[in-house]
Ligand binder design. Structure first.
Ligand SMILES: C[S@@+](CC[C@H](N)C(=O)[O-])C[C@H]1O[C@@H](n2cnc3c(N)ncnc32)[C@H](O)[C@@H]1O
Length: 173
C-alpha cells in the first residue's frame, strides 16, 4: 500500500496498548516493506517483523531496524502479546493456512491476541491467488477451539483495492 493500513493506524491511535495499559511484544509475519510494523514500533511496541524475502527486509529495516529474514510459519520465539496479519494470511496457499493457526498458538502468550486486517473479503478461493480469498471464518477455522473471535469490524474499502477489508481480533478462549 506504500503506507500502513489505516485500520491498524486508527486502532493504535485510539488504543496504543490494544486493550492493555502499555504496549508489549508484537509478531508481524510476512511484514513486507514494514509499513504496518513501523506503526507498532512508533507506538512503543517491541516489534519482531519477519519476511522470507531479503529484498523486503532491506526495505523494512529502514522503518524497523530489527526486521529479520525468516520463515514466519516456523517461528518459535515467544511469547508475544499480538500476532498481526495484513495480507500474509491471504498470501498463503490455502493448504498452508493451518500452519498459521499452529504458529499463532505456539508464539502467543496466555493473554495473546491475533489481530488481522482480513482481506480480500468476498473473493472466491476458486479464483486462485495470491491474494487468496479470505474471511473471518477462514481464520476461525485455522485457529480452532483454542481461540475465539472477540471483534469483527465493519467492511471497509481502502485505496484502490477492489475487495473489502475487516479488522478482526481473536483471543484465547
Ligand atoms: C502480500 S505481501 C504482504 C506484506 C505486508 N504484510 C503488507 O501488507 O504490506 C506477503 C508477504 O509475505 C511474505 N511471506 C510469504 N510466506 C512467508 C513465510 N512463510 N515466512 C515469511 N514471510 C512470508 C512474502 O515474502 C511477502 O512479502
Amino acid at each position: 500500500m506504500g503506507r500502513a493500513n489505516p485500520l491498524l493506524s486508527d486502532l493504535l491511535a485510539e488504543d496504543p496498548g490494544l486493550g492493555k495499559e502499555n504496549p508489549g511484544r508484537v509478531f508481524v509475519p510476512g511484514c513486507g516493506s514494514g509499513w504496518d510494523a513501523s506503526v507498532f514500533h512508533t507506538a512503543g511496541w517491541d516489534v519482531v517483523a519477519v519476511d522470507m524475502a531479503s529484498g523486503a527486509i532491506e526495505e523494512a529495516q529502514k522503518l524497523v531496524p530489527s526486521a529479520v529474514v525468516g520463515d514466519a510459519l516456523r517461528w518459535t520465539d515467544e511469547p508475544f502479546r499480538v500476532v498481526f496479519d495484513h495480507t500474509f494470511f491471504c498470501a498463503l496457499a490455502p493448504d498452508d493456512r493451518p500452519e498459521f493457526g499452529k504458529m499463532a498458538d505456539r508464539v502467543l502468550g496466555d493473554d495473546g491476541r491475533v489481530v488481522s486486517v482480513v482481506f480480500p473479503i468476498g473473493r472466491s478461493l476458486e479464483k486462485g491467488g495470491p491474494p487468496y480469498g479470505m474471511s473471518p471464518e477462514a481464520v476461525d477455522e485455522v485457529l480452532g477451539d483454542g481461540f475465539v473471535r472477540i471483534s469483527t469490524g465493519p467492511e471497509a474499502t481502502i485505496g484502490r483495492r477492489s475487495w473489502p477489508h475487516k479488522l478482526c481480533i481473536w483471543e484465547r478462549s
